[in-house]
Ligand binder design. Structure first.
Ligand code: HEM
Length: 98
């Protein structure tokens, strides 16, 4: 589950606006975005739904792994910019187990 969240997180980053002017080198007035190193963020804005999300993912993975089998629908690969993810969202052909 942690690996799934790391590789295919639904949130790749967030935008922030400063409350006072901050000059960063020669880029004044630029908006900035942050990428997450943890799936659910952290600090005061930590995702309040993270326990629910983890339960839902656990239930989904339990059904997927025990009731279905799959093969990759096409070649895919991990990319690391701008975030870690599979390039084509890892398309699969799914089949229900007998
Ligand atoms: C895999 C599922 C989820 C992921 C990866 C995720 C990720 C995140 C992240 C990274 C943030 C922080 C955004 C920031 O710093 O501005 C966030 C905030 C938030 N999440 Fe989630 N989340 C998930 C599921 C959920 C669920 C199931 C709920 C509610 C039932 C939820 C409700 C919220 C709310 C209300 C915030 C805003 C918190 C604030 O601004 O103080 N999330 N989420």
């Amino acid at each position: 589950m942690n690996e799934t969240l790391r590789v295919a997180n639904i949130i790749s980053g967030v935008f922030r606006r400063t409350t006072t002017d901050v000059n960063i080198k020669e880029y004044p007035g630029t908006s900035c975005s942050g990428n997450f190193y943890t799936s659910f963020g952290g600090g005061p804005r930590l995702c309040p739904g993270y326990e629910l999300a983890r339960v839902e993912i656990s239930v989904f993975l339990q059904h997927l792994v025990t009731q279905f089998s799959w093969v990759p629908a096409e070649e895919d690969k991990l990319v690391f910019f701008p975030t870690t993810r599979t390039q084509k969202r890892y398309p699969i052909n799914l089949r229900r187990r007998c």
